[in-house]
Design a binder for this molecule. Structure first.
Ligand code: HEC
Length: 169
């Protein structure tokens, strides 16, 4: 079943559970193959259902600061859209959520320590931010405000999917 129709039929929550399960399964596969095929490897990591990801302390501080900036960014984007300022929403999203919202060295470090499923969700967020920026810029010209609103919602689902699947150690 195609993903969008899955969302229509079963709702976002169901689709989200699917995303998490896929990301989780991908990382678990990695782990078990790294454990030389040991069949007794626990399917669920200790400490809860989320995959614990170990970052060095300094990187963890930087990543959490970036996260708080993301949340601030989403709040400002929402505010700008509510005021009908779609250009401003696009600008804020570029700064706070796009690829350039992280400096290169942090992105490189993160990629080193993230399991593949988490890296994919991170890349997805930045890609969706790019799509949002375009749609918000277009909205000022075309008046189509539904598109950026939809894309903002989708972007938030990516935040939720990653938080539901991973935690930092
Ligand atoms: C690729 C995965 C991923 C994505 C995507 C992601 N986050 Fe996070 N975020 C995390 C992890 C991991 C933590 C640490 C959670 C934990 O250890 O319990 C975190 C923590 C946070 C925190 C807490 C910061 C603190 O100081 O403790 C906020 C706020 C947050 N994220 C906001 C967001 C928002 C808003 C988005 C989407 C725009 C987002 N995140 C997208 C992985 C992600």
């Amino acid at each position: 079943m195609a993903f969008p129709s899955m969302i229509r039929r079963f709702g976002v929550g169901f689709a989200l559970a699917g995303i998490c399960a896929l990301a989780f399964a991908a990382d678990m596969d990695m782990h078990s193959s790294m454990m030389h095929g040991s069949a007794s490897a626990p399917p669920v990591p200790a400490g809860g259902l989320r995959v614990a990801v170990a970052f060095p302390p300094q990187l963890k501080r930087e990543v959490l600061a970036t996260m708080r900036m993301h949340l601030q960014g989403i709040a400002n984007v929402q505010q700008a859209m509510a005021e009908g300022k779609y250009d401003e929403a696009a600008q804020v999203a570029t700064m706070a959520l796009g690829m350039s919202s992280m400096h290169g060295e942090q992105a490189q470090q993160e990629a080193r320590y993230m399991p593949p499923g988490m890296r994919a969700l991170g890349a997805q967020l930045h890609m969706q931010a790019g799509e949002f920026v375009l749609a918000a810029q277009n909205a000022t010209a075309t008046g189509d405000v539904r598109k950026p609103q939809q894309l903002l919602g989708r972007m938030l689902q990516t935040c939720v999917a990653c938080h539901a699947t991973y935690r930092l150690q």
